[in-house]
Design a protein around this ligand. Structure first.
Ligand SMILES: Cc1cc2nc3c(=O)[nH]c(=O)nc-3n(C[C@H](O)[C@H](O)[C@H](O)COP(=O)(O)OP(=O)(O)OC[C@H]3O[C@@H](n4cnc5c(N)ncnc54)[C@H](O)[C@@H]3O)c2cc1C
Length: 620
């Protein structure tokens, strides 16, 4: 039931319907418990932006679901401004990107896209479905002594996720239709060691694209290098995930109430006993209330309300917002709470610390001609968008739905770098016909408007930096918090951690360039010559490459800001059962719970954690 009821007494209240909160709320309701799922955003069912995989970049610009969160990669703003993505606000929600801002523009930092809508950021993400590494789970089991986290035990939660989450790769025929694109992918396959002969190019590539990076039957999966297809969270070429799972759970009649357009401002506690006990939440009802929403300007002030939970409150607001809500509710470092006159319920110094993210960097090249695969693709949902018409008119046959039945990043090199700290691969280097340089306002339009670009874009797994912080900007729940990632030498440096991450990314750029060189071996396919725009031909020496990485790297898997830890760790926020330390009846379940950022992508790991949390809550 999507509800605006006023009798708000539930057994469980879950705040946030994204990767962490959505699956959990569904399971609690499926077990017969009266559950309230509260979501700040609204339900965007029917909005074509959220269902077309090819719109994965432009959907992040949709004002109906986006929150413009700005973060600092470096606290030193002069250094931060070396990034061409550095953004200034010239008027509310109007931006200038890059150097030479107009006078009186306000420096904002780097855009970090988030979606506030039913299904959370999964509703606007890039659909990539890569399972975590076994080491991600085993390390939690070893650290906490809680063997239920062992990878072998976590498999059951993946099975539960797969009950509702389909995944499929891009149909290879869509890619093989564009010979210039195929030629680039062959360059990547060659660099990844596949050695496909030019005479056998297309069948060889088609076979290579059968390699599934999630192959659960392969015990060596986590350490296997090579060239792989990318599974996407879609069915028959349409995005399908937690959003639909929540809707189906409601429609099936389970006792799940979903309250959208409801922004939780505080967790309430009964402090009469020796340990504070969470009893419910206070909220504001209203559309687009959070000031990160570009539609907040015309929104109402919101109507106050509250809801009670007889059993538990579970916070799943995401890495930034969970921290903000805990702190506003008196859970966090006492000295910071004091500054904002928030009375401390429990002094937990780790809330909003140790945040991790990946580092990502691109190599972008420009051809004199467009990639034919993108002919007729305008990415704008207007009548001239022939690719949308094709996608809409061929619902049943994936191969005939065309380029919008893929996110554009269909294949990856999987690499274990020279600097990896375990046997796991630690680099994914994706290739696609897109001009992807990271996030800034209107980045999606920029990425797709010129069809003559190809990018190899690298993503570093198992990053070592854990120096990210989230602090309150004010005591006003509608203000976004201050987020500092403290990149590279301004973050974790012990044991040369920053340099190891940096050198891994420099190696990734060299591998990308190798793939671009290998492209020429497949000239039989007729692709044209290209010019490297980023890093650019002038960026060659080790020092130049390192500076490029430090200036332009970004991330989009922020995690670990309320992490699980051991009893003797003063910075542990949660125990191994997701319980917030120092209080009762309160858990956190989202990307913030991980002690270390998991695997290569996060959504699958968060879904598994969400299913695990449901099991722990229901069965102890
Ligand atoms: C552009 C982009 C592309 C990405 N692509 C991929 C990808 O391809 N594959 C992948 O695995 N990962 C990807 N990710 C990452 C992934 O989608 C997120 O890490 C994941 O969704 C985080 O899950 P979460 O539950 O922690 O938070 P979210 O999914 O963000 O959910 C949090 C929810 O809580 C709600 N909320 C917050 N505060 C409140 C409040 N006070 N009251 C009520 N509701 C509140 C929000 O509205 C939101 O719906 C991508 C991320 C971005 C930004």
């Amino acid at each position: 039931r999507i509800t605006n009821a006023t009798d708000l007494n539930y057994e469980y209240i879950v705040v946030g319907s994204g990767a962490g909160g959505g699956p959990l709320a569904c399971r609690l309701a499926m077990a017969g418990h009266k559950t309230l799922l509260i979501e700040a955003g609204n339900d965007q069912a029917g909005n074509v932006n959220i269902s077309v995989p090819g719109y994965q970049a432009v959907v992040t610009q949709d004002p109906k679901l986006r929150w413009d969160i700005f973060v600092n990669h470096y606290q030193d703003q002069q250094r931060a401004m070396r990034d061409p993505k550095y953004t200034w606000e010239t008027a509310p929600f109007e931006y200038h990107v890059g150097p030479d801002p107009p006078q009186d523009a306000t420096p904002r930092g780097i855009l970090y896209p988030r979606a506030a809508t039913l299904g959370g950021s999964v509703t606007h993400n890039a659909l990539i479905w890569i399972l975590p590494h076994a080491s991600d789970w085993d390390s939690i089991a070893t650290m906490t002594g809680d063997n239920s986290w062992a990878a072998t035990n976590m498999q059951q939660y993946l099975a539960k996720v797969l009950e509702w989450q389909p995944a499929e790769p891009t149909d290879p025929t869509i890619l093989l239709d564009d010979l210039q694109l195929a030629q680039h992918l062959l360059g990547g396959a060659a660099t990844a060691g596949l050695g496909i002969t030019p005479l056998n190019a297309l069948t060889g590539l088609a076979n290579a694209l059968l390699n599934d990076p999630n192959n659960e039957l392969d015990p060596a999966r986590d350490a296997t290098e090579g060239f792989f297809q990318i599974p996407l969270i879609m069915k028959g070429g349409s995005r399908l995930s937690i959003h639909q799972h929540i809707q189906s759970t409601v429609q099936a009649g389970y006792p799940l109430d979903v309250r959208t357009n409801c922004f939780v401002t505080k967790i309430t506690f009964d402090q009469s006993g020796s340990t504070p006990k969470a009893t419910g939440v206070e909220f504001l009802d209203g559309e687009y209330l959070y000031r990160a929403s570009p539609l907040s300007q015309s929104s109402s002030p919101g109507t106050r309300g509250s809801a009670a939970a007889s059993k538990e409150v579970i916070i799943s607001g995401g890495t930034f917002n969970t921290v903000q809500l805990l702190k506003l509710s008196g859970i966090g470092p006492k000295d910071e709470l004091d500054k904002f006159n928030i009375s401390t319920v429990t002094d937990l110094p780790g809330v909003g610390t140790s945040m991790q993210d990946r580092y990502e960097v691109p190599v972008n090249v420009k051809h004199p001609n467009d990639f034919p695969i993108l002919d007729g693709c305008y990415f704008d949902n207007k009548p001239h968008d022939e690719c949308l018409t094709k996608w809409e008119s061929n619902l049943d046959i994936l191969a005939q739905r065309g380029p919008y039945a893929t996110n554009g990043l269909a294949a990856t090199m999987a690499v274990r770098s020279d600097y990896a700290s375990t046997t796991d691969i630690d680099l994914y280097i994706f290739g696609g016909p897109i001009n992807f340089v990271g996030y800034f306002p209107q980045w999606g339009d920029y990425a797709v408007q010129d069809h003559s670009y190809f990018s190899w874009y690298s993503l570093k797994a198992h990053t070592r930096n854990r120096a990210g912080t989230i602090q309150l900007r004010s005591a006003d729940p509608l203000d976004q918090p201050v987020v500092n990632f403290n990149y590279f030498d301004t973050g974790t440096t012990a044991g040369g951690a920053d340099q190891l991450d940096l050198e891994t990314l420099v190696q990734a750029i060299k591998i990308s360039r190798e793939a671009l060189a290998d492209y020429s071996n497949y000239g039989i396919l007729g692709g044209t010559e290209f010019v490297e725009e980023r890093p650019g031909p002038d960026v060659q020496s080790e020092a130049e490459l390192e500076q490029y990485v430090k200036d332009v790297a970004w991330g989009h898997h922020a995690s670990c800001s309320c992490s699980i830890g051991t009893d003797d760790d003063p910075n542990a926020v949660l125990d191994s059962k997701f319980r917030v330390r120092g209080v009762q009846n309160l858990r956190v379940v989202d990307a913030s719970v991980f002690p270390s950022i998991p695997g290569i992508f996060v959504t699958s790991a968060i879904f598994m954690v969400s299913e695990k949390a449901a099991d722990v809550i229901l069965n102890g």
